[in-house]
Design a protein around this ligand. Sequence first.
Ligand code: M6R
Length: 609
Amino acid sequence: MCGIVGYVGDKNAQDFLVSGLKRLEYRGYDSAGVVTFDDDNRATLIKTKGKIADLEAKLMGNKREDKVGIGHTRWATHGEPSEVNAHPHQVGDIYLVHNGIIENYKELKATLEGKYEFKSETDSEVLAALVDSFYEGGRYPLTNAVVQALKLVQGTYGIAVMSDKNPGEIVVARAGSPLVIGVGHGETLIASDASALLGHTKQAIYLNDGEVATVTDKSVEIKTLNAEPVSAKVEEIETNLAAIQKDGYEHFLLKEIMEQPRSLKETLRGRIDLRDGMVRLGGPGLPEKELRKVKHLVIVGCGTAYNAGLLASYYIERFAPEVTVEVVVASEYRYRQAYIPKDSVALIVSQSGETADTLACLREIKKQGIKTIGIVNAIGSTIAREVDGGTYVHVGPEISVASTKAFTSQAIAMVMFGLTIAQAKGVRSGILRPYIEEIAKMPAEIQKVLEEVKGPVWEIARRYKDYDHAIYLGRDTAYPTAMEAALKLKEISYIDANAYAFGELKHGPLALVDDRFFEFAMLPTGELYEKAVSNVQEVLARGGHVIAVTNRADFDLGVESVVKITTSLKIFVPVLLNLVAQLFAYYVALEKGLDVDQPRNLAKSVTVE
Ligand code: M6R
């Protein structure tokens, strides 16, 4: 979602602010702005609707040598995308950028209305005014004014605040929206995502909720809102520059699809013991005694993370005895008054580790005294820090808004967690070993499939790009996979795509089959294969335009298009079929000439409700 950057040091601030905002572009935004201050503390504030490239063009006419400033990319929540609603907001002496939502902004605005004339529709401008009201033209220290204001705020925020009366000082604070302070030589940098700092410094301080930092080129002073000093922990940023570059690919999405052999290998590294036929996960930190007692798993996530959870649940139910698995959509679950039995473990699934709804669920579940285990990618993210234990999926930065490599690794990481429960419960190795052996083989199998299908899938995508609707179909483990596949197509190609379990067709969706629709049938071999094939026949009998994706070499149903994959896997075939669906979605969007990595209206990390 929105992005924050800040700079104070001896170099050109505009340069860092713009390059930092570019790094945060992938998070999704619709307007951008920067403010910098010269040696006499005169501000230059430039904002624009649209892309960073538009901001850059505006800055060309306002090239500054200023050494301090803050910048922002905004993803509209309150008020349309426009220059006036873009950040930084300036009110009185205060310049402020804000990620998150101030829930009580209307009440706060009412108290400030006589004193300030508001130009925008945003909650953030109200916060700027509130800070200004406590600052009183520099009568009080900027940090104190920020703290006083934040004490009145309900909601979430990551903020960076400057004043033209406090040269060389930036005040930052967070509650529910990430902020990282990069510690350089003679410079301090600020970002809402560590990737913006790469190439400048590898040393970072991750601010915690309820903390406020006063930042200059040489110092970082952190306190809580209650004025208790906090000793800053400087950590090494684990990502490197190569990981956030396109590596010769036209889009991050294609790069991320193609790098799955490697990213899954990272997920598995050190966790699969083929000699003993065991999964060994250190991160969850649950002793065997506790794992044995687990009777119920709650898997919480949004979007792709939810789909990955659903897929994992089908597998876990097969081999973990007397364990029920419930997979829930975080935005719903947080408001349900669900009873969670005491012998439960909750898996909190999130690529970014910052998704607001998932985080809210985590906090609710913890209140009930239930053990929480994170299945997270972003190291040091809020969810990763708040869970009781966890398994990082280690797929490296996922930049494209559409999640691909994270899905594969999240699903497998959850299956591995299920396997550790089954191991602790004494399930026979004869039952678990085939899963473990297949998981170990998956990176190589993924590599093979990607190479095999890339060309043919592109060809097929060209033929289906102009359809308005798509129906994705699957049974058993191929059903959650079909859900994920449909999500991918809709979010990047804007084709209306929905997934159904094959068995549900006759209960309604079959009525949709006509020339405006194509049907994407996922047909892994297995117990229900023949039944799924019969369902495809029902679609064909009604004139359906079917694309079949299968590992059955002898598949021959006279459908419009077929993608056959070759694999020695038997259990995890749906994960391989999903690679076909990922490529298909990518090529459809590419052929339509769409913004593949940053689809309209979406953001990579959904930090607001
Ligand atoms: O960062 P998270 O895994 O918590 O994100 C959850 C969803 O927002 C995310 O998976 C979203 O559905 C993707 N855009 C799907 O490709």
